[in-house]
Design a protein around this ligand. Sequence first.
Ligand code: SF4
Ligand code: MG
Length: 325
Amino acid sequence: TLPLLEATGLTRHYLMRRGLFGRPVEVRAVNGVSLALERGRTLGLVGESGCGKSTTGRLVLGLERPDAGGVAFEGQPMPPPGTPAWRALRARMQMVFQDPLGALDRRMSIGAQIAEPLEIHRIGDRPERVAQLLRDVGLRPDQAGRYPHELSGGQRQRAVLARALATEPALLVCDEPISALDVSIQAQVMNLLVELQARLSTAILFVSHDLRAVRQVSHRVAVMYLGRIVEEGEPDAVLHDPAHPYAQALVSAIPHPGRRQRRVLLQGDPPNPADRPSGCAFHPRCPAALPLCAQEDPVLKPRPGDGRRVACHVAQGDLPARKAA
Ligand code: SF4
Ligand code: MG
C-alpha cells in the first residue's frame, strides 16, 4: 500500500558565519534524508542534538523549504508552502513541540485556542467539539476557560495535543513532546499518544533523543547522525541490537539490565554540522573505522535478510570488520 507520507532525498543547508569576520561556511543540517510513514504508525527519529532530526520534522511539514528532495503526501507532491493548496493540506498535518507554554498564547483560554483551528478550517459545532477534544486528552470540559498559567506542564501539553488533534490530522509531528515534562507526567502523555493513535489512525513522526520513549511508541526507528539516517528498522532490532557503530554507541549509553553489550565509548569531538568529515561522517569517532571509511561515504541500503537499512561499509559486509585487539 501507498505510504501516507514519503520523503525523498530531503536536503537543507544554510550558511553560517563563525565569528564576526569569519568566512561563511555551508552547514548541511539535513543531507539526503529519505523516509516513509504509514497511516496509523509511528516512526521514531533519534539522534543527538544537532543531528538534523528537528529540521527533518519541519521539512516534512513544509514549514521549511528543502534545498533538494521533496515530500509526497498521499501519493501527491506537497504543494509549495504558503499556497492555498498547502494551507488546506496543513489541516491534516500538525506539529507538537517540546515546550507547551511557548506553543500556547498566554492571554487566551485553552478552550479558545483549541477552537481556533476549528474556526480557521470551518469545522462546526465548536463548543461541543472543544469539550470532546478536552475529554479526548484527559482534561475536563469545564477546564476550557483556564489560561495556560493556570495549568500544570502535563495539562498544558494535553491542551496542545487537543489543539493539534482538533482538525483530525492524518499526520502528527511531535518534536521532543515530553522532554519539558516531569518524569511522572511523561508516561501519561506517551500513553495518551498511543491511545489517540489507535483511535484516530494518526501517523506520528516522533522526534526525540529519549530512546526509551521512542522504543515505547514507535513501529519503526531511524537513527540520524550529521544530517543523515544511518540506520532504520524495527525498534527491537535497531534499539536492542543495532548494526551501525554510531547506533551501537547511542544505545549502549543507556543502562539496560540484562543486556550483555558493553558500553561503547566514542572518541573525538561531538558532531559539528559545519565541519562534516570526509567519507563516512562518523569515521573520526568510529571504533570500527577502516582506512576506506575516510574516503568513501557509505550509502543507506537494505541489509539482506534483516529488514533494516544501514549506512556503514562494515555493517553492510562490504569490508571485513577490524579484528578486536
Ligand atoms: Fe564506522 Fe566505517 Fe561504518 Fe562509518 S562506514 S560507521 S566509519 S565502520
Ligand atoms: Mg531539536
